[in-house]
Every structure is written in structure tokens, then in C-alpha cells.
Design a binder for this molecule. Structure first.
Ligand code: AMP
Length: 208
């Protein structure tokens, strides 16, 4: 059986995290969300978390050396198929991955900037079950997935920070499209559709 080593690319609030969770469940492979891993390190107050905190809050990318060390540790325990959400984000990261564990498919979610800005103001993360959801009212703290009152806004979802993250995405991550296209791995998906429709498109690519 061919291994599924899948990368999901997409700008902030494109629905990457939600699709990654569903796809990893469907394929029965572990999922590495580098952003989530870094937020856990920050919550623990670990040395990596302390180093990464400032970068994340400013909306900057965390330096490649820190990310690559974290990912190579994770990959040493997960070699039989995986899904990456938020990694690689730069050409040096993609080149390093190519040397260790080659992806089989790279899927890029496409969502225009004005739609992303609209989504980011409504986005909340559940600290109990890890779901990412959209709220209608800023006072809404109840998670529609697990029912607990544990929805929070991410610090880096403030509009200024979002703009910096989006600019980094355009400058440092969009070049990966050509990189993976030249390796014959890239597929683009319209991320403005409903999560269910986006998932169906992703499945067609992965299983087609
Ligand atoms: P995410 O949860 O994927 O939106 O990531 C949140 C933040 O973590 C990003 O804005 C970056 O500051 C940092 N981050 C996550 N993954 C990477 C990566 N592969 N390279 C550099 N920074 C990253």
C-alpha cells in the first residue's frame, strides 16, 4: 500500500486545521500541526515555547532551525504515513523535509484575503477539545463541538497580527506552490466552499 504523506498549505483562517483533523481521522494517520504544537509549548512554558512566543504574537514565522528540530523529533516517531498542517512554510523547510520524509501529495487551500479577514474576526479555538469554530457573537464562549464554555480567541488572530501573517504567507509560503508543482505534487482546492464541500474535494485528490 502506498503511504499517505500529505501536506496541507493555506493562509491563516483558510480552514487548514479543520480539514487536517478530518482528513487525518479519515486516513487513520497522525497529524502534526506545528502551530498547535508551538502553542502547547508556550502554555507549558518550555524553552522552545519561550523562544517562539514573541514571533507568534507578532505574526512572524518562527525561525526554521526551531521548527526543523521540532518536526524531525516528531517524524522520528511517525514514519508510516502522516499529515502536516502548517509545515513546511518556507523553501528551506520544504527542502529539509525532502531530505528526510518525502510528501506524496500537497494540497493548497485557496481563499481570498477579504474572506480571510472576515473569518479571522469570528474564529475561536476550544481549549477543551481543540476544535476551531466560528462564532456569531463575540460574547459566545460555548463550543458547538463539545458544549464546554472554553472558546478563546487566539492572540495572533488580532487584525494587525493577521496582516503580518498573511504577508509572510505571500512572501515565504506561496513560493512553495511552484516548488511542489515542479515535483508534480501540488493540487489546489477552492477553500471558499463549505467545509463539507472542501473536504469532498480533498478526498478526491487524495484517493483519486
Ligand atoms: P498556525 O496555527 O498554523 O496558524 O500557526 C501559528 C503560528 O505559529 C504561525 O503564525 C507562526 O508564527 C508559527 N508557525 C507554525 N508553523 C510554522 C512553520 N512551519 N514555520 C514557521 N512558523 C510557524
Amino acid at each position: 500500500m502506498t503511504e499517505n504523506n500529505v501536506i496541507l498549505l493555506g493562509p491563516p483562517a483558510s480552514g487548514k486545521g479543520t480539514q487536517a483533523r478530518k482528513l487525518a481521522d479519515h486516513l487513520g494517520v497522525p497529524c502534526l500541526g506545528t502551530g498547535k504544537l508551538l502553542r502547547n509549548e508556550i502554555d507549558k512554558g518550555s524553552p522552545v515555547g519561550l523562544e517562539a512566543k514573541g514571533y507568534i504574537e507578532r505574526g512572524s514565522y518562527v525561525p526554521d532551525e526551531i521548527i526543523l528540530k521540532m518536526v524531525s523529533e516528531w517524524l522520528s516517531g511517525h514514519s508510516d504515513g502522516w499529515l502536516m498542517d502548517g509545515f513546511p512554510r518556507t523553501i528551506p523547510q520544504a527542502e529539509a523535509l525532502q531530505q528526510t520524509a518525502k510528501p506524496t501529495r500537497v494540497i493548497a487551500l485557496d481563499v481570498p484575503q477579504d474572506e480571510l479577514e472576515f473569518r479571522i474576526t469570528k474564529r475561536r479555538e476550544c481549549t477543551s477539545c481543540g476544535a476551531t469554530v466560528a462564532v456569531n457573537c463575540s460574547q459566545d464562549h460555548t463550543c458547538p463541538e463539545c458544549g464546554k464554555e472554553t472558546l478563546i480567541s487566539r492572540a495572533d488572530d488580532a487584525l494587525e497580527s493577521f496582516k503580518a501573517r498573511y504577508q509572510n504567507y505571500e512572501e515565504l509560503t506561496v513560493p512553495l506552490f511552484d516548488y511542489y508543482d515542479s515535483l508534480g505534487m501540488l493540487s489546489k482546492v477552492d477553500g471558499t466552499k463549505s467545509p463539507k464541500e472542501v473536504f469532498a474535494e480533498i478526498l478526491k485528490i487524495v484517493e483519486g
